[in-house]
Write a protein that binds this ligand. Structure first.
Ligand code: ADP
Ligand code: MG
Length: 729
């Protein structure tokens, strides 16, 4: 009778890969739907083009007249590609992207003069109704309205028949209501701070860009099967389901041959990415069954973040054509790996140097070590803030739940660089002798390139690892907007670089030290004070938890705990000192994140209550009735003897009753805990109550349900099973 499940299984097993025409020469279609330099040159006057370039490179303001010309060119370009509408495309604090389409089409008030219009005013600013986006109290205390404003550093693009203009979202009083504004501010501060430090080594450096290359992990589930699971549809993850006999234990999926339907989907998705200028490069199977990964070539961070947001959106859209549902949740299935989004991060100069890449000469290697050690110190000093930047209800299933990576932030640098740091730690205090300097340059600083080539040790359990020419922040969640993590990382490193510059300059000025002596001296002290954050061992081991505790590192396993650091005085001071976010903005975000956590757990709790009572229990009773009929029949035939003959069935009947009773009781208790939590009128306390009082029921209720799944006749079970979700290709 479980018709939905069996219908879905039939549908899924009859599916064929969808036919799709691929352009093989990707370079010929790359960025065709982007208003990039090439399109701008073709459609803009030279003044308008220069204005946009100036805004991109130096942040110069574009005046209204030129904005009109730019809008006109953009409109002509869009119309030539069959576009009918435009939208400001932005990233409110909901975690997804937002858009509201307006037609280019306009008429005069009496319906005459139909025409396609788009002026500078529409390009530069729009007023979406801000009242339904999260604002963490900003709007209540200040102004009700918000507006979106064009971000020329991320190019406009066409999706479908709509021209999308990347924008920031801001309240009328100037507070950021989105993810992009703090990121742009952090990147600007990073540019300034890193450029200053670079100039110790190369006076030609005028700009430093933070780069980001994300690796997106995801699951693909057949659409019909996904629709048969209310938990997947409502929460993005399965709240119950007995583990499949076969999971990932054979390691037969990782890097295996990609199933045909999935591969066709990926090719289609990649083609869409190419048109939108997202430089996708790598695709492969991940560890868990039906889990995959996609990674692009790295880009400037703001653009990379936009591209990742856009990607997450089009992944779902393309999946519809292929009858898949994409699961971006960090832990869709219990018992197999969850998904993350490694954020590969580095710094590049406008002279073409990757500042985290060791090179051939001692001087440029001192530059490398400067940025390398400053990054380590920043992470050491602000590990709690970094942890807070990736805290969400869904990411809690990975961090601290014995899955890559642990909730303790630490930095892995590999054996060779550990040795280099040890040698630098022993340089003389004060002025270095010429011999010592020569020795350092020849034998320590000068040796790094070879060293790195040897560094094959890749610690997969580290949340923040140096991987040869970049740091890899691995604790970011698969469904996250990367900007939170990137804003925090760039802010703390920028702050560190500023402090470094001040310290080095002070030694040069007051102690009359030579520049490299001063740099060696400051770096030596940094190495000494940053040791606690360095860890090369197994991040999953209990020993590390104990050791980390001794070192004073934080180990926040849940979001409400981890988020506290976000609103600490240190965090407020840091963000306001650097002009990234004022106190109101930081506190608003803290509140929004707590609320989001609460809502997520609340929804999961309700859905679990619903499924267990309205799907699982009725199914269990139906099966129990069959057993009761059977026992009655046996009694009719065998009389008194029936008890021994029907022993197993009677046992099953009792066992089923126990689980039904368990579910009913626990769902009721959980509901009461929700009520109690809702009555607390403090966002932190409510989130904590959801975390510590409501959430613990999930496992207990799930266990009863999963036991019933094992007992009940497979033909009757209504919920699509793990083996079917994970192994239908
Ligand atoms: P993996 O970590 O899976 O072995 P790779 O080392 O090939 O993979 O790189 C992973 C990601 O790192 C890619 O998305 C790539 O674009 C990115 N990456 C490489 N160099 C940099 C850099 N300098 N800055 C930022 N990201 C980078
Ligand atoms: Mg990877």
């Amino acid at each position: 009778m479980s018709t939905i499940r069996f219908q879905a299984l039939r549908e899924a097993s009859n599916r064929k890969a969808v036919h799709f025409e691929e352009t093989n020469r990707k370079s010929s279609i790359f960025g065709t739907n982007v208003f990039n330099e090439k399109a701008m040159k073709q459609y803009l006057t030279s003044d308008a083009f220069k204005a946009v370039q100036g805004a991109i490179e130096h942040g110069t303001k574009i005046d209204r007249k030129l904005a009109d010309y730019i809008a006109m060119g953009m409109k002509e370009w869009a119309l030539s590609k069959g576009v009918t509408h435009y939208t400001h495309w932005f990233q409110p604090l909901t975690g997804t992207t937002a858009e509201k389409h307006d037609a280019f089409f306009e008429t005069s008030y009496d319906g005459g003069d139909p025409v396609e219009k788009f002026g500078g005013a529409q390009l530069v600013q729009q007023e979406p109704d801000a009242s339904s986006f999260p604002n963490g109290g900003i709007r209540n205390t200040f102004e009700a309205r918000g507006y979106t404003a064009w971000d020329p550093t991320s190019p406009a693009f066409i999706y479908g028949t709509t021209l999308c203009i990347p924008t920031v979202f801001i309240s009328y009083t100037g507070e950021a209501l989105d993810n992009k504004i703090p990121l742009l501010r952090a990147l600007a501060v990073m540019d300034e701070a890193a450029t200053e430090v670079c100039r110790y080594f190369d006076k030609n450096v005028k700009k430093v860009t933070a780069t980001l290359g994300w690796e997106q992990e995801y699951f693909l589930v057949d659409k019909a099967l996904a629709h048969s699971r209310p938990d997947l549809m409502m929460t993005g993850r399965t709240l119950l389901g007995h583990t499949s006999a076969k999971g990932q234990q054979l390691d037969d999926h990782y890097f295996g041959s990609i199933p045909t339907r999935a591969l066709t989907y990926m090719r289609d998705l990649e083609q869409e990415c190419m048109l939108l200028g997202i430089p996708v490069k790598t695709r492969h199977n991940e560890v868990a069954p039906n889990q995959f990964e996609l990674a692009p070539i790295f880009e400037e961070t703001n653009l990379a973040v936009d591209h990742n947001c856009l990607l997450m959106d089009i992944m779902q859209k393309v999946a519809e054509r292929h009858d898949f549902k994409v699961l971006l949740h960090e832990k869709p299935f219990k018992g197999v790996n969850g998904s993350g989004k490694h954020n590969n991060w580095s710094l590049a100069t406008d002279t073409g140097v990757n500042l985290l890449s060791p090179s051939k000469t001692p001087m440029s290697n001192l530059q490398f070590l400067t940025f390398f050690i400053n990054t380590i110190k920043a992470v050491n000093d602000y590990e709690e803030l970094l942890r807070a930047s990736i805290a969400t209800a869904s990411n809690d299933h990975r961090l601290g739940a014995n899955e890559a990576p642990p909730a303790i932030i630490s930095v892995f640098i590999g054996e060779q660089l550990t040795k280099v740091l040890a040698e630098l730690e022993s340089v003389t205090t004060g002025k270095l002798s010429p011999e010592e300097k020569t020795d350092l340059k020849l034998n320590v600083v000068g040796k790094i390139p070879e060293v790195i080539l040897d560094n094959t040790d890749r610690n997969r359990t580290s949340p923040f690892a140096f991987t040869g020419n970049k740091f890899e922040f691995r604790a970011v969640g698969s469904s996250a907007n990367c900007s939170n993590a990137m804003t925090t990382l760039n802010t703390i490193v920028a702050k560190q670089l500023r402090d470094f510059k001040v310290e080095v300059d002070a030694l040069i000025d007051s102690k009359a030290m030579k520049k490299d002596d001063a740099i060696f001296n400051v770096l030596r002290e940094y190495i000494k004070v940053s040791k606690d954050i360095l860890f090369e061992g197994d991040g999953y081991s209990d020993a590390w938890e104990k050791e980390a505790k001794k070192r004073g590192l934080s180990n926040y396993k849940t979001t409400p705990e981890a988020l506290k650091a976000r609103a600490s005085k240190r965090a407020l001071d840091l963000f306001s000192e650097l002009g990234i976010m004022n106190h109101v903005e930081v506190e608003a975000r803290y509140e929004i994140e707590l609320e989001e956590y609460t809502k997520k757990i609340q929804i999961e709790s309700r859905v679990l209550g619903d499924i267990s009572k309205n799907h699982v229990i009725p199914t269990a009773i139906r099966y129990q009735n069959t057993l009761i009929e059977n026992v009655k029949g046996l009694k009719d035939i065998f009389g008194n003897e029936f008890e021994s003959i029907a022993k197993e069935q009677i046992g099953l009947i009792k066992e089923i009753s126990t689980h039904i009773e368990g579910i009913n009781a626990k769902v009721e208790e959980m509901r009461n805990e929700r009520k109690n939590a809702n009555a607390l009128n403090n966002a932190q306390k409510t989130a904590e109550a959801y975390c510590n009082k409501v959430k613990p029921y999930f496992e207990i209720i799930r266990n009863h349900c999963d036991k019933l799944e094992l007992l009940v006749d497979n033909e009757l079970w209504t919920l699509t099973k793990y083996r079917e979700l994970l192994f239908t290709k």
